[in-house]
Design a protein. Structure first.
Lengths: 368, 349
């Protein structure tokens, strides 16, 4: 039996934003001690630092809203949020995420008009997102959505703006979810869809991308395709991901799912997300691409943000690509924003991120 | 920039001496409170990042008091000079080079050359760090790069603040660049620096464009920023030593008066974020996750991208500002390797 931390319930839309990456939030119910919300009187008003004998930093900080952000992003970061933990069942989490994703998807579609249909490909359920007009006839993008491997927080919000901006068809894979289906079930579904699309499209004309859990799956997919000896796609997009299930990065100790707001579960030593990892060795090079030979990966764009729980994971994997000689691997870090902020289509910063993503695929799938 | 400008170090009377935090006072839980202004009041407990090398863990895990230790500028300069002399020796053991002192266009410079097989007709110009008021990098930043690229590095010993505010240092760097243009083709030159020198690299590039001079083939902005009008998120979070040591509460609307002087903080040369950055040469940006200038570096990188430039960013996990000054650390070798590879790729014949 598992339970799932969830943020406070004061701001429903914002709450749903917090469920993109729940891997680190998966906790056994017995250890999820309900923490009382910190009050104004308890909150620190000075900056202090104590480094203990283990090198652990114990700090207090008072951090204003970053001035470089748009008015919309400042407002979003300024929302009061309790730091008490709110355990949630998996069923609650999925239904809440689905409801949020449908609303956010509709909103995204109002800004970036597209057609959305449901289908299956190689037996795997998919969403097909197509631009209203001028669709690129021989290019296709595969989206692997976020949602902590156990829910769908992005098959609409991650694909609608990109389809609209690139004029390319996006196939969003509704892969099998953990904990019912641990690794490599979700990955196998994605590979099956890719193989099917290879019958119609040249590999150089296919791009694969995802956010959060989907960003992780994108790296896993690159390694798995190489291992299978299949032709690699023309470009990858790893948008707030990571490539190492053996341990947590520094940013997981600093930032909660919603940046500096809300509840933060301290990182635990050892491998994480046993629901997704299952019985696989956490150092398996497909599960954790940081341990793979990454030479020859397609041009890959990495995007993260200053208050992203996966800032470390994303930047560590980017450096691994560079060390493998993948000189085109590129990183963009957005100031002051939390994990996967681009799922909120109303932010000007999200528009900039979509434009960066779309530009990447348009530039790298342009060959003949 | 308080880091770069060391305002409080110059004026110790401005700040009340804070006692160092002791173990009993240090928080042991992660908490967050967002006040009515949106300001986050947080406590955090951050273990040593597991991905770091043992050497880097030792650096990051060093026990440092957070009490304020004011230092007058003379003391600061003497300490920085003494420290750089020692750290440069360590760098030279790994990266042997020849060192010479000279002047170019009347500006004092260090000329750092590889001991053998120097790539002909190429030159790199280094603008050192040190908060605009000291020299913390004319050796540390140039020794590994001259060795790894086999190119000559000219490190400009530009005039320092507060005696010489903006644009004195930029003028010195431009004078050296102009003089070198008489010998080298611009496509065979690059400009780079760390911290204050990274800030200046962006400033000099904008100034060269403004002057209509040919731009160099590449820029390296290694933990910098391009906006003197206000502080950033990482500035509110990190000290020069990451999470260790004294940190001043963030005050909005502050900037370094010693370097800025009487210039408008939005001057596009002083603050390249407000400049037309179209047509900048290929630029490599490097920062790290516990870097007070992570935000500044990432913001300027995005501004380059928005202007359509070829701009690359690399962020090292868990490390503090300008960690590559510690040359023997494995992460520093990786960073120095990236810098060298970038210049070699962009200064091809």
């Amino acid at each position: 039996m598992l339970c799932y931390s969830s943020p406070d319930s004061a701001t429903p839309r914002r709450n749903r934003m917090k469920v993109f990456f729940s891997a680190v939030l998966l906790v056994a119910c017995g250890t999820a001690v309900a923490q009382q919300a910190t009050t104004a009187a308890q909150a620190p008003n000075t900056d202090t630092s104590y480094i203990d004998a283990n090198g652990t930093a114990h700090i207090t900080r008072v951090i204003p809203v970053p001035q470089d952000l748009s008015a919309e992003a400042k407002k979003s970061l300024s929302r009061p949020a309790s730091d008490a933990s709110h355990p949630q069942t998996l069923a609650e989490r999925r239904s809440g995420t689905d409801a949020w994703q449908n609303r956010a998807g509709e909103f995204s579609k109002s800004l970036y008009p597209v057609t959305v249909t449901e289908s299956t490909m190689a037996g795997v359920p998919v969403r097909i997102i197509t631009p209203l007009a001028g669709v690129s006839p021989d290019r296709v993008l595969i989206n692997l959505h976020g949602g902590g491997f156990n829910s769908d927080s992005g098959s609409l919000t991650e694909s609608i703006p990109i389809s609209n901006l690139t004029k390319m068809k996006v196939v969003a894979v509704l892969y099998r979810l953990a904990p019912e289906y641990p690794f490599p079930a979700g990955l196998d579904d994605a590979v099956a869809v890719y193989k099917e699309l290879l019958k119609t499209y040249k590999p150089a004309h296919i791009g694969i991308y995802g956010t959060s859990a989907g960003g992780i799956l994108t790296g896993e997919m690159g390694v798995e395709l190489k291992k299978l000896g299949l032709p690699l796609p023309g470009a990858l997009g790893i948008f707030s991901g990571m490539g190492d299930f053996t341990r947590d990065g520094d940013s997981q100790a600093m930032y909660a799912l919603n940046g500096l707001s809300g509840h933060l579960d301290p990182p635990q030593p050892g491998p994480h997300n046993s629901d997704y990892v299952g019985s696989t060795d956490p150092r398996d090079p497909v599960l954790s691409p940081l341990f793979a030979d990454l030479s020859g990966m397609p041009p890959t764009l990495f995007i993260t943000s200053g208050r992203d729980i996966l800032l470390s994971g994303t930047s560590i994997l980017h450096r691994a690509f560079l060390r493998a000689g993948d000189d085109t691997a590129s990183l963009i870090v957005f100031e002051g924003l939390p994990h996967a902020f681009w799922n909120d289509a109303s932010l000007p910063e999200s528009k900039e991120a979509y434009t960066d993503m779309a530009h990447w695929f348009s530039a790298h799938l342009a060959g003949h | 920039m308080k880091l770069l400008l060391a305002t409080l170090l110059l004026f110790p009377l401005c700040a009340a001496a804070q006692q160092g935090t002791i173990a009993a006072q240090a928080p042991n839980t992660d908490t967050s409170y967002i006040d009515a202004d949106g300001t986050a009041h947080i406590t955090r407990v951050l273990p040593l990042p597991q991905d770091l090398s043992p050497e880097a863990k030792k650096l990051v895990g060093k026990q440092v008091s957070d009490a304020l230790v004011p230092r007058p500028i003379e003391e600061r300069r003497a300490q920085t000079d003494a420290w750089q002399a020692i750290s440069a020796k360590a760098a030279e053991q790994i990266y042997p080079v020849n060192l010479a002192e000279s002047t170019i266009a009347g500006v004092p410079v260090r000329v750092v050359t590889p001991v053998a097989d120097m790539v002909p007709d190429r030159v790199l110009i280094n603008l050192h760090g040190g908060s605009f008021n000291t020299d913390s990098g004319s050796l540390n930043e140039s020794i590994p790069i001259a060795n790894l690229t086999r190119m000559k590095v000219v490190a400009v010993l530009y005039r320092l603040a507060p005696e010489h505010p903006f644009p004195a240092a930029v003028d010195d760097a431009v004078a050296v660049y102009r003089e070198l243009l008489k010998i080298y083709k611009p496509e065979h030159m690059a400009l780079y620096g760390t911290s204050a020198g990274a800030v200046m690299t962006g400033e000099v590039a904008v100034k060269l464009k403004q002057l209509g001079l040919p731009l160099p083939a590449a820029l390296g902005i290694f933990s910098g920023m391009g906006d003197f009008t206000h502080e950033t998120d990482s500035w509110a979070m990190f000290t020069l030593a990451g999470l260790a040591g004294h940190h001043e509460l963030q005050e909005t609307g502050k900037h370094d008066p010693y370097y800025v002087g009487t210039a408008d903080p939005r001057d596009p040369v002083l603050s390249p974020l407000y400049a037309d950055l179209h047509g900048m040469p290929p630029t490599l940006f490097i920062s790290s996750e516990r870097d007070a200038l992570l935000s500044g570096t990432a913001l300027l990188h995005r501004a380059f991208l928005r202007a359509g430039d070829d701009a690359r960013l690399v962020v090292f996990e868990g490390l503090p500002h300008a960690f590559w000054y510690d040359a023997p650390m494995p992460e520093s070798k990786e960073a120095d390797g990236l810098m060298a590879r970038f210049f070699l790729a962009n200064l091809k014949p």
